[in-house]
Design a protein around this ligand. Structure first.
Ligand SMILES: [Zn+2]
Length: 296
């Protein structure tokens, strides 16, 4: 339960059931409990992975463990008792994170912003001319799947050489594993090193980790530079698990991004961390509900 100013006044965390009937039950229970304890709400926002139709709240594509939600309208899962009477809004989790930043955070008062989320993959969202970009079928914003090299590594999306195959936790870890497999020697890295530990090793001066991180950063910065040229944003927001690496990541990405874009853009686009403290997507979903409810 979130106030119009973006303050969380109540929240619950529950394990996500792996089957549809239980999923609906747990969702309804959770919403009912929150409404019972904190009073009525004027709208409900849902942030969900995959491709969600914002008009109908239908989950169109959701690969992985929660595929059972495909074809389901999230609003239909909420019974009238559990708040089904108020308007329900839903969208992709990366996109609602940017809605949260637009309403209460780093993109506040801006009309043009790019957000990237650096985790096991590379997600993103675009705000262009004041509008959240959804595209013809809601797929827009998959910034991890812009092509960096036509002959690059095969990507989970079916394309080759996507940005995500160069910069993501899985790709950075795969690069370390491949380096170890080829016999590169590092005193600190092991073949199953995590992305966070590779960044740490780089910070501590390990040359193998340094080479891996520098390459990943160059691709990320080059990708962001291309996006800046295409979209001319006022700000680029960089969040997600890997962004916690801090200045060891932000500074070189910013530098390389500026170097590549200064001439055409004629200005330095700031690269900033998210301002909305929202690890579980609650505030993004609430921001979506606030924004959509107010414009309805
Ligand atoms: Zn891809």
């Amino acid at each position: 339960v979130v106030t119009p100013e973006g303050k969380i006044i109540d929240s619950r965390k529950v394990a996500t059931p792996g089957q549809l009937p239980e999923f609906g039950e747990v969702l309804n229970q959770t919403v009912s409990t929150l409404i019972d304890s904190s009073g009525p709400v004027s709208a409900i926002g849902i942030a969900c992975k995959g491709i969600i139709c914002p008009e109908t709240t239908e989950v169109e594509i959701l690969p992985g463990a929660f595929r059972f939600l495909e074809g389901i309208r999230l609003t239909d899962l909420l019974s009238p008792q559990a708040g089904g009477k108020v308007p329900v809004f839903a969208d992709n989790d990366a996109r609602v994170a940017l809605v949260g930043e637009h309403l209460w955070g780093a993109a506040r008062g801006r009309s043009n912003a790019i957000m990237v989320t650096l985790g096991s993959g590379l997600g993103g969202a675009i705000l262009a001319d004041g509008q959240l970009v959804r595209g013809a079928r809601g797929v827009a914003g998959h910034l991890g799947h812009i092509t960096m090299d036509p002959d690059g590594p095969l990507c989970v999306c079916g394309n080759r050489g996507c940005l995500e195959t160069y910069f993501s936790a899985l790709s950075i870890e795969a690069e370390a594993l491949a380096a170890m497999h080829r016999g590169c020697e590092s005193e600190v890295l092991s073949p199953n090193a995590s992305c966070a530990s590779i960044f740490k090793a780089h910070e501590n001066g390990d040359p193998v980790a340094g080479a891996i991180v520098s390459r990943a950063i160059r691709y990320l910065a080059a990708g962001l530079a291309g996006l800046c040229h295409a979209l001319d944003p006022e700000v680029v927001i960089m969040g997600g698990e890997i962004s916690r690496a801090g200045s060891v990541l932000f500074e070189p990405v910013q530098e390389e991004m500026w170097r590549r874009t200064r001439r055409l853009l004629g200005r330095k686009v700031p690269l900033v961390p998210p301002e909305v403290e929202d690890p579980s997507g609650i505030l993004g979903a609430a921001a979506l509900a606030c924004t959509a409810h107010n414009t309805d």
